[in-house]
Design a protein around this ligand. Structure first.
Ligand SMILES: Cc1cc2nc3c(=O)[nH]c(=O)nc-3n(C[C@H](O)[C@H](O)[C@H](O)COP(=O)(O)O)c2cc1C
Length: 298
């Protein structure tokens, strides 16, 4: 007899998110406002772009996909992220005018980590950070496009935080233990993520989120969630469970490929409109008021 087991964290995450249902609370409710203040800056929506890398030019267009989605982030006045890249590419992203957080890889070449963080700060990044969920790979430490990664200690992370005036963001937090360490070293935000399922049976970010939120109570750390965010309902659930913001990811790619910056702008606006609708229908006027009181768990 054969049987199937699911080890794909993407599938487990999607099932968990879809199992959370939303009550309707209309009486005395008004049209919601999705604008938000994040790390001291006003944004039109708590939806953010993902820390992506390695997107070339689609359909012979002039700009790379990375620049195109950054243009969309600027137009929508939302916070922009980018991932693994060399400094010249990062400069092009900054040149789009998007407020951008650069997420640097945990390179084994620590000089490269520091160089990229410093370059980002001097180029005018909104923030800098690191994705710690790419440290390990199948053969020990990960190798990403030929580049070796290395273990990152609390002291190393603290030294990056101490080296900058910018907010430092740690991406790939998926436990209370790591979240508290991030708070202790002075990180200003964490991204609760399993990086599209790198870890088999990874806990869905939204499942661990309330525990992380509880343990960061009173600490000055913003929480962003990613993985599987594809619509306004996903963003709403993330906010209701304790996040301050949510980042889209692969769900953005079809619009990006087809229509570039314009496609991403439409996609982001659609998600924002869906979020506003659900907030209005559940009695929350402002983003920072949303709690889990209208959620039902199966
Ligand atoms: C093409 C591609 C490139 C990515 N590059 C990076 C990167 O350089 N740094 C990083 O932290 N995450 C990177 N990610 C991971 C995303 O930021 C995100 O965490 C992940 O895709 C989960 O979100 P999703 O399920 O909505 O796609 C990449 C993902 C994709 C699909």
């Amino acid at each position: 007899m054969s049987y199937e087991r699911i080890s794909d964290a993407n599938e487990i995450t999607a099932k968990y998110m879809d199992s959370i249902l939303i009550q309707q609370r209309l009486i005395d409710s008004v049209k919601a406002d999705i604008s938000t203040v994040f790390l001291g800056e006003e944004f039109d929506s708590p939806v953010m772009t993902p820390a992506f890398s390695h997107l070339g030019k689609y359909n012979g267009r002039e700009l790379t996909g990375l620049e195109e989605y950054s243009v969309a982030a600027k137009k929508c006045n939302i916070l922009n992220f980018c991932g693994m890249m060399e400094n010249d590419m990062f400069q092009k992203i900054i040149d789009t005018g998007a407020k951008t957080i650069r997420i640097v890889k945990p390179y084994a070449d620590n000089g490269k980590v520091r160089d990229q963080l410093q370059f980002a700060e001097e180029a005018g990044a909104f923030g800098i950070g690191m994705d710690i969920d790419h440290i390990f790979g199948e053969n020990g430490y990960d190798v990403v496009i030929g580049e070796e990664m290395a273990a990152q200690t609390t002291d190393m992370l603290h030294s990056y935080v101490a080296s900058t005036k910018l907010p430092f963001v740690i991406k790939g937090v998926l436990s209370v233990r790591d979240a508290v360490k991030c708070a202790d070293i002075g990180a200003k935000a964490i991204i609760v993520s399993h990086h599209h399922g790198r870890l088999p049976y990874a806990v869905p970010p939204m499942k661990i989120l309330p525990e992380i939120k509880e343990n960061l109570k009173g600490r000055d750390v913003k929480i962003i969630v990613d993985c599987g965010i594809a619509g306004g309902a996903d963003v709403y659930k993330a906010l209701a469970l304790g996040a301050d913001a949510a980042a889209v990811g692969r769900s953005m790619l079809p619009s990006l490929e087809k229509e570039g910056a314009e496609g991403v702008e439409k996609f982001l606006k659609r998600i924002g409109n869906e979020l506003r609708f659900i907030m209005s229908c559940t009695g929350f006027e402002k983003v920072n008021e949303i709690d889990d009181s209208a959620l039902c768990f199966n």
